[in-house]
Structure formats: C-alpha cells, structure tokens
Ligand binder design. Structure first.
Ligand SMILES: [Zn+2]
Length: 313
C-alpha cells in the first residue's frame, strides 16, 4: 500500500472506518511540475524524450501488454503532443495517431507499473480532451493546443484547460458488518457495486454523497468519510470515494430506472464473493436469476472500496 507508493503519503480521512488500497490508476510517480512545461526546456530535452502513440478512441500502442515507448523523432516538439511528465530526467510525451490499434487503458491498467499507470491516465485524459475540444467554449472559434498540450487558445485569446468532472462513489455501511450492494438496470445480470453520482454545479462532495444515496436508495446517511480518489478518464471523471453510514437494517428503496435492486450484504458474503464464490454465496440476490454475482473490475476504485471494507472488522 502506501509504502510502495512514496508519492502518496496519506489516503483516507482520519476517522474513516476502513482504509483502501491505492487505486490502480492513482499510482503515478512522474514529475508534472508546470515549470517543466517551458517551451525552451522541452525543446532542449526533446532529442532524449520518449514518445507513446495513442489512437483516437484511446487505443494505446503496446507490445506484450506494456506501453510501447519509442525514442523521439523529428527536429522539434511534436504537433498536438502532450508532455505527460518527466521520469528520471527523461521527458515522456503522448502523441495522437489515428493508425494506432491496441489495448485501452481499461484493459492495460492492471498490468502497468506505477509510473506508466500515471503517464497513461494523463495521456488518455488529455488527448481525449483535445479530440473533443477543437472549438473555444467561450466564443466558438477554432482553438489550437499549447506546445505542452495542457491548454488550448483561440484566436481571441481565450484559454481553456482540460476539464475533470468530480463524481462521488459511496460505500454505504451500517457501522457493523453489513454494506449495500446495488445493481443498475443496464448492467448484466448479477453485477453489483457501490453507488455513485456526479457532483452538481454548486454542490459540495459531502452534499453529493447525501443527495445521491437519498435519490438512489431512499435512505439518509451520516458519518461521511473520504477514502481515496482515482482519475477515470472515460471520458473525464475523477472518482472520489467515500464511506457513509446508515441505520442498521433500514429498508432500502431503489429508485426505479436508476437502480434495479439494492441489498444489505454481510461482510462474510462479500468476502465469499471476492474469493470467487459468488454463486451460492448465501445471498440469492433476487434479480440475479441464479447468475454468479460479479463485482466491479479490479481497476475500479469501487472494487478497492469493497475489498477494503471486507478486510476490515
Ligand atoms: Zn474564444
């Protein structure tokens, strides 16, 4: 956990009821200081830089499940490139390339080391933003990227930066040995996870947690504690994980159209599901149709939260 990630000194808030392992895409170690993005420095460092090509839908140039970093080519900085960061004195860039076919970050994520995880999540996030952001949101004119790739400017001088949408993801527990698992109508039968929703304009994260849980399963929660966060550039979210407490045994009221079912599930059952014994785990899950219960994938912060809660107590 923290010991393996020297850049991360603290995770959950003091008093959080459990801790979680650092999420897969939150492990970055590259130096991203804005002073590194000065054009003269980047140009001088370019001959020794490494470059990763990324396709228009987030496909990543890869060999044997690892990103295919290539030596820099050409006399000057790449057009439409992004300086992802500096690792051991070497600049690492991503450049868009429509011809790239390869795995996505979702597929590669668990295979990446800490440094690559951080570089690739920025590559997908920022190149995706450029792909969708060719026009100035202020005046509608075409905009062009800055040399470092971290902003765009239009002919009127309006500057725009990559956007991130905060979303609260919440593990609701009862302070004892039960937590809420819920399923959405568009998910495959048997898939369950914790609850999540985007922060609305003018809202704090804590307010998002209380509102979302109220909307989705119709119960009040208290004791909202931060756990950890993870960038989720599909296309531009930051998932911010919280624990929140509800009255033991309080009846859940899944909101039609958003949540198909929600259940209080015991720690013992969650442990059995995590161990791969979802079928016959002691919780039939009325809507599962006998299907094996499947939790969110290991790349997700949801999975880390469920694992953290299951390991506590
Ligand atoms: Zn403009």
């Amino acid at each position: 956990m923290t010991e393996q990630h020297p850049g991360i000194t603290r995770q959950g808030s003091a008093g959080a009821p459990f801790d979680i392992e650092l999420p897969t895409l939150s492990r970055g170690t590259a130096d991203r200081d804005e002073d590194l993005r000065v054009p003269e420095r980047m140009t001088a460092a370019w001959p020794d830089a490494r470059v990763l090509r990324v396709g228009p839908t987030g496909a990543i140039a890869a060999v044997d499940g690892r990103p295919d970093w290539q030596p820099a080519t050409g006399p000057g900085l790449p057009h439409r490139g992004v300086l992802l960061g500096v690792v051991d004195g070497v600049d690492h860039w991503a450049i868009p390339d429509v011809d790239v076919e390869g795995p996505t970050l979702r597929e590669l994520g668990l295979l990446l080391d800490d440094t690559d995880a951080g570089l690739l999540v920025s590559a997908v996030a920022v190149l995706g933003w450029h792909a969708r952001g060719a026009f100035c949101p202020t005046c509608g004119q075409p905009s062009v990227p800055a040399p470092d790739g971290w902003s765009r400017t239009c002919g009127q001088g309006h500057q725009e930066f990559p956007r991130t949408d905060p979303a609260a993801i919440v593990l609701v527990h009862d302070g004892a040995d039960k937590m809420v698992l819920a399923s959405q109508p568009n998910w495959p039968k048997g898939r369950f996870s914790v609850l999540a929703g985007f922060t609305e304009a003018g809202e704090s994260l804590e307010q998002t947690v209380v509102r979302e849980i109220g909307e989705e399963i119709g119960i009040p929660v208290t004791d909202v504690h931060y756990l950890a966060s993870q960038p989720w550039p599909f296309p531009r979210s930051l998932m911010i994980g919280f624990a929140a407490r509800a009255e033991p045994g309080i009846e859940l009221h899944p909101r039609a159209g958003e949540i198909s079912e929600a259940h209080w599930v015991s720690r013992e059952t969650v442990r059995r599901i995590l161990a791969g014994d979802g079928n016959g785990a002691g919780w039939a899950g009325p809507g599962t149709g006998g299907a094996e219960i499947v939790l969110s994938g290991s790349i997700s912060i949801a999975r880390r939260m469920i694992e953290g809660w299951a390991a506590a107590g």
